[in-house]
Design a protein around this ligand. Structure first.
Ligand code: GDP
Length: 441
């Protein structure tokens, strides 16, 4: 039998109020047993909660009863808003655990039930997970836009084009004795598929912007040992995060500090000094630093202003992703500064605000600046890429193969769009998505 799940939706620890949610067929019975009756639907009602085993008063609470299917999960739902003490929470959990057919919920299980009952789709679920994880205002706006159904509008238009092309091809199968697609139909279908290809490619390209917003704009702080990398990251994040010493080769691991610049999440990585070394531990750090530099959006290559420094190693960053930063500006006289160079001093704070401003500009550009992207993660972009590939195959087969073969590819393209919203999809994809949630969501 389908169990009734329960969990606190609010975090552990002391709080003014803690919210316990239940979903499943036992909600009505649980409410009667614990709160004495079932209050009017969707209205907060004050009730005394009792342990039905001995009548012990657990707390006075506000009870919300939401019968299915008009609830978040689509099932009967119940909420108890109790006082957020450890003792009240544990008494309520113990009471619920003693009731038949009631079990503690797993991570994301309420949302999973909502999905399985058709109350939401995968893209909206991912938007919800992003919203719960959002740290910056730009991330919050992107998640809200994802939940508003922008993807559906776009997918609906793509699907219409696909189905239109399939209808034309199927008509040619039904009404023609010939196996080949008629020439006039070929050009009509070819045009429709060509315009669909353009839409898909544009959206796949824009997915990169959304990725930068979700994962943050990544900045590697690189350079030879002792050039001031750790000090700069401390100055940027105004925290004593990295260890600063006068001995070369201290930062053996990669340290990260995050900053919100103009609503964007910017993640700084302080990396081991890039130099050839015999120390095996340091060498691992250097290798990891190189690999990370290759995957960041920006590499700041640090050089000391007061001495000759080696140039940035070959192949450290693509063109346009590398900026030379001259550190320890306080050790030079400002009259010796070259106008085209960026000087900073972690000690005096010189140039730090300007550097943050420059990084903010680059981050905003990488995030696309304009209207939010529709596809916001790698899974969504991959579904649309698969759709695109099938459409491209269909288009190339149009001139050489039968209408049935072309239709087969278009069906594959349509399936890829269905996987995007989760109409069809493998179990492991669902597992990966729902495990992102905390218990109680
Ligand atoms: P890293 O090895 O590149 O991470 O360099 P650190 O941040 O550990 O700094 C190495 C040394 O340079 C330390 O003694 C710092 O105090 C010093 N240092 C770092 N930044 C500055 C700066 O802006 N001005 C001056 N005068 N010294 C600095």
């Amino acid at each position: 039998m389908h169990k009734t799940i329960f969990a606190f939706a609010t975090p552990e620890g002391r709080s003014a109020i803690a919210v316990l949610r239940l979903s499943g067929p036992e909600c009505r019975a649980v409410c009667t047993k614990i709160a004495g009756d079932v209050p009017s639907p969707r209205t907060g009602s004050v009730r005394v909660l009792r342990d039905p085993r001995d009548g012990d008063v657990i707390d006075e609470a506000i009870v919300f009863w939401t019968p299915g299917p008009g609830s978040f999960t689509g099932e009967d739902c119940l909420e108890f808003h109790v006082h957020g003490s450890r003792a009240v929470r544990s008494a309520l959990l113990a009471t619920l655990g003693s009731l038949p057919d009631c079990i503690p919920a797993g991570p994301g299980e309420f949302t999973l039930r909502a999905f399985l009952n058709g109350k939401t789709d995968l893209v909206k679920v991912e938007g919800l997970a992003d919203l719960l994880e959002a740290e910056t205002q730009v991330q919050r706006r992107q998640a809200i836009s994802q939940r508003s159904g922008a993807v559906h509008v776009r997918v609906g238009a793509w699907r219409e084009k696909l189905l239109g092309a399939m209808a034309l091809l199927e008509a040619s199968i039904d009404f023609s004795d010939e196996d080949d697609v008629r020439t006039d139909l070929k050009s009509e279908v070819g045009n429709a598929l060509g315009s669909l290809e353009i839409d898909l490619v544009r959206e796949i390209g824009r997915a990169r912007y959304a990725e930068v917003i979700r994962d943050g704009f990544k900045v590697a702080i690189a350079g030879p040992p002792n050039v001031g990398k750790s000090s700069l990251i401390n100055a940027l994040s105004r925290r004593d995060l990295a260890i600063v010493t006068e001995h070369a080769g201290t930062t053996r691991d990669i340290l990260e500090a995050s900053l919100e610049i103009d609503g964007m999440l910017v993640r700084f990585f302080d990396m081991a000094g890039l130099r050839d070394t015999e120390d095996p531990v340091e060498r691992i750090g250097v290798e990891r630093a190189r690999a990370l530099a290759a995957s960041t959006d920006l590499v700041l290559w640090l050089r000391s202003s007061d001495q000759e420094m080696p140039p940035a190693p070959e192949g450290l960053a693509h063109e346009g992703r590398l900026r030379h930063i001259f550190t320890k500006a306080d050790l030079c006289s400002a009259s010796a500064f070259e106008p085209s160079r960026i000087y900073v001093s972690s000690k005096s704070g010189y140039g730090i605000a300007e550097l943050i401003e420059l990084i903010g500009e680059l981050a905003a550009t990488a995030a696309g600046r304009g209207e939010p992207a529709v596809l916001t993660n790698a899974r969504q972009a991959s579904c649309v890429s698969q759709c695109y590939e099938a459409v491209a195959r269909a288009k190339s087969l149009l001139s050489v193969d039968s209408a049935e073969v072309v239709c087969e590819e278009l069906r594959a393209a349509n399936d890829a769009l269905s996987r995007l919203t989760g109409r069809i999809g493998p179990e492991e994809v669902l597992g990966a998505i729902f495990s992102r949630f905390c218990i109680g969501k």
